[in-house]
Design a protein around this ligand. Structure first.
Ligand code: C5P
Length: 126
């Protein structure tokens, strides 16, 4: 079975990108990522992405275009990323240490997880 992690590049009306600071596991804690998580068995990727953002951020997202292809992760996982916007709700860091909206000139002000860095570059190009 494919091991897929889905991620959301959530942008706001000003073109800022949402970054989320991981709380765990210890080796990733403090690093910044695009929110998301593992696709459950039998779940489609779109459903997983909406579910993860609801659980982690307390918002309903509207999913847009895919960013890039399969981004390799450790442990045989691939990360698939979509642009998204917040459709409903107020952002809350329910599982992360912190959330930040990053403008174009701030995109590299946070310590992105190594896997997410090339994706941020790809998002910047859009
Ligand atoms: O969020 P979750 O723990 O389900 O993600 C599974 C794994 O995918 C993490 O351990 C992390 O290594 C990786 N990941 C990542 N970048 C993301 C989301 C997840 O590198 N944006």
């Amino acid at each position: 079975m494919e091991k897929v992690v889905v991620g959301a590049a959530i942008v706001d009306g000003d073109g800022k990108l949402l970054a989320a600071q991981r709380a765990d596991p210890p080796e990733l804690a403090g690093g910044w990522e695009l929110p998301g998580g593992k696709v459950d068995p039998g779940e489609d990727e779109h459903t997983a992405l909406v579910r993860e953002c609801q659980e982690e951020l307390g918002v309903l997202i509207e999913v847009g275009e895919r960013v890039g292809g399969d981004w390799a992760l450790a442990g045989g996982y691939v990360l698939r990323v979509w642009l998204a916007v917040v459709a409903e709700g107020k952002l809350e860091a329910r599982e992360h240490l912190d959330l930040r909206w990053l403008g174009a000139d701030e995109l590299y002000d946070v310590a992105w997880l190594p896997a997410d860095l090339p994706i941020v570059r790809a998002v910047q190009g859009r």
